[in-house]
Design a protein around this ligand. Sequence first.
Ligand code: 13P
Ligand code: SF4
Length: 304
Amino acid sequence: MIREIQEEILRLKQEKDVCILAHSYQASEITEIADFVGDSYALSVKAQDVPQKNVMMCGVRFMAETVKILSPEKTVYLANPIAGCPMAEQMDRELISAVKKQFPDYAVVAYINTTADLKTVCDVCVTSSSAVRIVKEMEADKILFIPDCNLGQYVADQVPDKQIKLLQGGCPIHARVQKRDVDKARALHPNAKLLVHPECQPEVVREADYVGSTSGIMNEAKQSDEKEFIIGTEISIAEHLQYACPEKKFYPLTKELICPNMKATTLVDVLNVLRGEGGEEIVLEEETRLAAKRCIDEMIRRGG
Ligand code: 13P
Ligand code: SF4
C-alpha cells in the first residue's frame, strides 16, 4: 500500500511539476519520495535552484514560509497545514519590537525557527548550523538572541566575549531531555559518542561529544570511525542513521524526543496536495516578504 501511494506521488509530482522538500525529521516513507532532504538551512535555500515551478514542504510552517520568502515566483505548499513549530510561534513582532525599544543598542539575531512576520524586525537569521559562526563574525558585540534560549546559551558559551541577551523561549521537544537521560544512556552504552542538537538544555549540551544541526549530527556519525552513537535530537535521526549505516549502532538519547508537528505530515497528505485536495498554499504580503527577506539575505551573505 505504501509503495503504491509512493509510486502515485512520484508520477503526479512529475506531471504537476512539483519539487518535494523534506526535513530530515520526516518519516522515511516521506524522505524516500522527496527530491531533497536536509536541515532547515539547506531546505530554505534549495528551492531557489530547482527547475520546478511548484514546491511542497514536508516539514513545518516556518520552513515553507522561508522558501516562499526566497522564491516568490514559485507556488509553495505546506503539505500539512497543522504542522507548525511551537517555538516559532512563541514570540511575535509586537513583543520583540517592545524589547528592542528597551535595548536599542542590541542587534537582533533570530533563529530561523521564527515566523516571517517576526523576521521583519530582526537583523539577521541563523540556523543551528551557523549560529555560533555568524554571532562570532558580527560587528555588533551586544546581541539579543531569539527565541531559543538553549541555542542562545550554547552560542553565548562559544562566544564569551559578546554580551548575549536571551528570552525564555525554546523547543518543547528538545527541552524534555534531562541530564539524567544522558547519565542513563552513557551507563547503558559506555562506548558510544553523544551527538546532541543545540536546542537541548545547556546541562545536556555540555555533556556532548559533538553539538550540531540535524545534518551536522548525521554527517558526523557517518564519517566517524566510531561504531556507536547516542543521538540527542528527534528520534527519526537515529532511525535514518541506522538505515544508512547498518554496521554502526545508534541509540536515541530518550524515546521521548518525538516532534508531533514534524510527524503530522503523512504520505496521504503529500498525495492530496498533488491531487489539489489538501495542503496550504503559502501566501505572504509583499511588504512582509521583503522585510523578512532582509534578515535571511543577511544570513546567506554571511555564508548561511
Ligand atoms: P535543523 O536546523 O537542525 O534542521 O533544526 C531544525 C529544527 O526544527 C530542529 O528541531
Ligand atoms: Fe520546532 Fe522543536 Fe519540532 Fe524542531 S523539534 S520543529 S524546534 S518543535
